[in-house]
Design a protein around this ligand. Structure first.
Ligand code: SF4
Length: 707
């Protein structure tokens, strides 16, 4: 880190998957100012309120600065020996699948890579999963099934070249604000461009749209099946594209053909006139983008919903070309980087498959590692179940707070209580998960971390360490490397994230030998010098050859109609729309939806420290429709007692017609660390999509009464 006066460090924002570049001014030991990087292609200088106040969240008073065992401060040597010793002992007694890592989209790619290499290649288990499981794993599964590989086929610049943006299951104005501002600017430049928002709530995003379809919760797949059927009936499909580049169309259309306008209208709860407007608009638009996030993914049929969207784009040829495509936007700064290195329990590194023996062989040979798992590991919710059943006896949590974010909070708490050995690496001294830690390891936070992240459009950017690690904090890749070495493993002699990054970049090219269809490849970065790595400007993969200086041009994927499937053709999937599994009942008759609030991030361990971010809203709330409020005798600000099948909480009421009659909404952020504990995950069952394992966090039945 620089110590000069007014030294400039270019980095990226710590929060969402837009991946905005930031310029940080350092004076001595302090970061004194922060602005958006004017040249960064994700934001061109713009920041949202969370990004603007990043420096206000740098709170040394709640930092974990020294390792601890059972609440006592210890040396790093002692802490590392304890972790390595306990993991080795448990693995020896119960096998590699008795231990697990639960990691995070906040980790940098270098951290993620080392975690995955240690668990899969050396411990020999695939029990590593990430909080990104809660974010976009349904989108990952659908891309992989449809295209043969988890590849997002869109860029942010598509927004400036499209005629129609459909935001479905996304409140981008609050969750991806800078990207949403870009959509608004694109519409100003091209007034013909229309914005349609599909969301049960009248969000800030919906209020700025030309059309808002307030569908019944969870009915998105029927809306897109109906669209496919409508386009087919109006002969508005691209038959040449379907014939040349896809397979499975007839089966998908046969299923969609059950969804005529009347049936969609009844199922989705929107009028036929509204449907007609939307469907006609899609038909007329030469180019169209469907952007989606948690409203689609966090569902027991999230993968199907993604397929319903992808089907429409394949059938119309509105894909893999400037201004068109099905665009999943990621929630976290490095959810995409985690996908690249195989940070999910069902992936190997570099987009390779655990079930594929050739892929296993490639990775193991590259790593020269003693093991490689032959089966998928425990996904996030399975991990909790296996901790409760005693199958998983040791867990290491890194940079995430699952006690707040995973569904069915009470069961998660029991699982952590029962787990024999819990290690938590975090930058903060206190959060709900740290309360269960046998060993606490102080990790560096944003501003001290050094490495790379990949945003929603596959763009790799440097996150640079602007300050030296505070106290005794170490980087996550460093901590894991020390534990790996203490466990007796070679292959972890890293001194700098540059070594980790170039090793991973080399692996990404190594895996492509003999498989030209595979898209993920960043081997062009494998020969960077340390100086080039330090100076690396944002660059979008695939990167097969050496890069030139400066910001790189976008890399269009699948433009030749060749996909990464065995046949080279993209696959349609027939979708039978399903309703959410957590249904309303007589006892729990209101639907609860949950999501982000504009000014807060996840479990508030950082944004909770910035007073500027609590000015607009300091406390949690439950949004209740005025008619429901009258029926239940609830008034504004009154404390409500909210119950579901799985738990209860107390929270102030907000009476608002932004939610429909019978539907409520709560933000996900407030939890036991704050005086206003409203951990919304308490109210959700741990039910998941059968393919992706992503939990259903948008729909459960609740009862509300005056407290
Ligand atoms: Fe940070 Fe996302 Fe806001 Fe950009 S849009 S400043 S990445 S929170």
């Amino acid at each position: 880190p620089p110590k000069a006066t007014n030294a400039l460090v270019q980095s990226t924002c710590a929060y969402c998957g837009v991946g905005c570049g930031v310029d940080i001014t350092i004076n001595g030991e302090q970061a004194t100012s922060l602005t958006g990087s004017p040249e960064h292609p994700a934001n061109f200088g713009r920041l949202c309120v969370k990004g603007t106040h990043l420096l206000d969240t740098v709170d040394i008073t709640n930092r974990l600065l020294v390792p601890e065992i059972a609440g006592e401060q210890v040396s790093w040597d002692t802490a590392i020996s304890k972790v390595a010793g306990e993991f080795n002992k448990i693995i020896k007694q119960h096998g590699p699948d008795s231990v697990a890592f639960y990691v995070s989209g906040q980790l940098l790619t270098e951290d993620y890579y080392v975690a995955n290499k240690l668990m899969k290649g050396y411990i020999g288990s695939a029990n590593i999963d990430t909080n990104s499981r809660l974010c976009m794993s349904s989108a990952v599964s659908a891309y992989k099934r449809a295209f043969g590989e988890d590849v997002v086929p869109c860029d942010y610049q598509d927004l400036e070249h499209t005629d129609l943006i459909v935001l479905i299951g996304s409140n981008a104005a609050w969750t991806h604000p800078v990207l949403f501002q870009r959509m608004q600017r694109a519409k100003q430049i091209n007034p013909a461009c229309q914005l349609v928002v599909v969301d049960p709530r009248r969000t800030a995003t919906a209020e700025s749209a030309e059309q808002h379809l307030a569908i019944n919760p969870g009915t998105d797949a029927a809306l897109y099946n109906g669209l496919l059927n409508f386009l087919a009936e109006h002969e508005a499909l691209d038959k040449a594209y379907i014939n040349d580049n896809t397979q499975g169309f007839d089966e998908a259309l046969a299923e969609a053909s059950h969804w005529d306008m009347a049936k969609v209208s009844q199922f989705c709860g929107v009028s036929q006139a509204q449907l007609q407007d939307f469907y006609q608009l899609f038909l007329r638009s030469k180019k169209a983008i469907s952007m989606y996030s948690m409203g689609i993914n966090q569902s027991t049929s999230g993968v199907d919903k993604c397929h319903a969207i992808i089907n429409v784009h394949l059938a119309t040829g509105k894909i893999a070309s400037l201004g068109s495509g099905p665009f999943s936007i990621t929630g976290q700064p490095n959810a995409m980087g985690g996908r690249e290195v195989g940070g999910l329990a069902n992936q190997l590194a570099a987009h390779m498959d655990i079930e594929n023996p050739a892929h296993r062989d490639l990775v193991q040979t590259f790593w020269q590692s003693p093991h490689i798992p032959t089966e998928q590991g425990a996904k996030a919710v399975d991990m909790i179940e296996q901790m409760q059943s005693g199958k998983i006896k040791a867990v290491w949590v890194m940079a995430t707070n699952p006690l707040v974010s995973l569904p069915d909070h009470n069961q998660v708490a029991k699982a952590f209580e029962q787990c024999e050995f819990v290690v938590v690496s975090d930058c903060v001294a206190d959060n709900d998960t740290l309360a269960y830690a046998d060993v606490k390891l102080p990790a560096t936070p944003w501003l001290e971390k050094n490495g790379t992240v990949t945003n929603s459009e596959r763009r790799i950017s440097r996150q640079r360490g602007a300050l030296a690690p505070a106290g005794q904090a170490k980087h996550d890749w460093q901590i894991m490397s020390l534990v790996a070495q203490k466990m007796g493993f070679s292959g972890f002699d890293y001194q700098h994230p540059y070594q980790v990054f170039t090793e991973f970049a080399a692996l990404s090219g190594y895996q492509n030998a003999g498989d030209s269809k595979r898209v993920f490849d960043m081997s062009g970065l494998a020969r960077l010098t340390l100086a080039e790595y330090e100076q690396l400007q944002p660059v979008q993969w695939p990167i097969k050859g050496p890069i030139k200086a400066g910001v790189q041009k976008s890399a269009r994927v699948f433009a030749d109609g060749q996909f990464a499937t065995v046949s080279g053709k993209a696959k349609f999937f027939a979708v039978t729309p399903q309703l959410p599994q957590q249904k309303v009942s007589k006892a729990y008759s209101l639907v609860l939806n949950s999501g982000r609030y504009r000014d807060q991030w996840h479990t508030m361990t950082r944004t909770g420290a910035a007073s500027a971010l609590t000015q607009h809203l300091a406390k949690p709330y439950i949004a209740v429709n005025p008619q429901d409020a009258i029926k239940l005798g609830l008034t504004e600000h009154q404390i409500a007692h909210v119950q579901s099948q799985t738990g209860e909480l107390f929270v102030p009421v907000q009476v608002t017609d932004t939610v429909n009659f019978g539907e409520c909404f709560m933000p996900i952020h407030w939890n036991g660390q704050f005086s206003s504990n409203a951990t919304v995950s308490t109210l959700y069952n741990a039910v998941v999509d059968p393919i992706s394992g992503q939990p259903e966090l948008k729909h459960t039945g609740i009862a509300i009464e005056k407290a």
